[in-house]
Ligand binder design. Structure first.
Ligand SMILES: [Zn+2]
Length: 251
C-alpha cells in the first residue's frame, strides 16, 4: 500500500508517543497540532485568558513546529488558535485548528482581533479544522470566514452530528471537507455514497483514537481502491497545496 497521511493528530509534551504507535505502518506524514489541554482550561466554563495560558499556548504551538525535523516523516503543523488570536507565526503553519465543545469557554467571535485573525487566514488560504457547536459552525462558515476551506472533523460527530450536516446540505459545499477520525464506518460509507470521496480524509485523532486501528477501519471499507487512496493520501495533500509528486518523494 501507498504512503498514508494522518490528517488529525494532537501532539504535546504528554502525547509524544504518536511515533511509537505508527511504527511499522504506512503512515509517513501527519497534520499535527497541540493537545486541547495545552490551549485553554476546557473544564472551567468562565475561564478568562491570561498571560500564563498565553505562554503555555505559545510553547505548545512552537513545539509542533519543532517536529518539522522528524526523520523520514512529513509534518504539516497546524496552529491551534484561541482568544489571543495571535497571527505572528502563521507563516510557519500549514493550517489552523479551531476547537471548542458546547460546555467549554467560548471564542470571542465579536472581537476585532478575531476578525483580524480570520482575515489573515483567508488571505493566506490556510485550511481550518473547525470543531465547534452547530450554531457557531454555521456562523463561521457562512459569515465569519466564507472564503476559508473548512474541515469539519469526525464527519460532524462533535459539531452537531453527521445527519444535521446532511440536512442543512453543508457537506455539498465546495469548501467543506471532513475527516474520518472516530466516525463510524457506516457513516464514512454513507458520506462517500452521497458526496463522493474527494473531500474526506483519513484522520486518527490521536491520542483520542489509535492510528493503526483507525486506518484499518478505512482500509476495510467496501469502497473502491481509488477512493481509499484519495482518502488516505491524495485529498489532504491537495488541500495543503502539496504536489502529488511529493507522495513519491516521501517513500
Ligand atoms: Zn482532535
Amino acid at each position: 500500500m501507498d504512503t498514508v497521511i494522518d490528517a488529525h493528530v494532537h501532539i504535546g509534551s504528554s502525547t509524544q508517543d504518536y511515533f511509537q504507535y505508527i511504527r511499522n505502518s504506512n503512515i509517513k506524514g501527519a497534520v499535527i497540532f497541540p493537545h486541547v489541554d495545552e490551549i485553554y482550561a476546557r473544564y472551567i466554563s468562565n475561564f478568562k485568558d491570561n498571560k500564563k495560558w498565553q505562554n503555555r499556548r505559545k510553547v505548545a504551538n512552537d513545539y509542533v513546529l519543532s517536529l518539522k525535523t522528524v526523520e523520514d516523516f512529513k509534518v504539516f503543523p497546524f496552529y491551534f488558535v484561541w482568544n489571543d488570536f495571535n497571527t505572528e507565526k502563521l507563516a510557519f503553519y500549514n493550517g489552523i485548528k479551531w476547537h471548542r465543545h458546547s460546555d467549554e469557554p467560548t471564542y470571542d467571535y465579536k472581537s476585532e482581533k478575531c476578525k483580524g485573525f480570520v482575515n489573515e487566514i483567508q488571505k493566506r488560504n490556510l485550511p481550518v479544522i473547525l470543531e465547534e457547536e452547530f450554531e457557531n459552525t454555521l456562523l463561521f462558515i457562512n459569515s465569519l470566514a466564507p472564503k476559508a476551506r473548512v474541515i469539519i472533523p469526525h464527519c460532524g460527530l462533535l459539531n452537531g452530528g453527521y445527519e444535521r450536516f446532511c440536512k442543512f446540505t453543508i457537506w455539498e459545499k465546495e469548501k467543506i471537507y471532513t475527516d474520518t477520525s472516530l466516525a463510524e464506518p457506516e457513516i464514512v460509507e454513507d458520506y462517500i455514497k452521497r458526496y463522493g470521496h474527494d473531500r474526506i480524509m483519513f484522520g486518527s485523532d490521536f491520542p483520542f483514537g489509535f492510528p493503526k486501528m483507525q486506518l484499518n477501519e478505512i482500509l476495510e471499507l467496501e469502497i473502491s481502491e481509488e477512493a481509499k487512496e484519495a482518502i488516505t493520501t491524495l485529498n489532504i495533500l491537495k488541500l495543503l497545496g502539496e504536489k502529488v509528486k511529493q507522495k513519491i518523494d516521501m517513500k
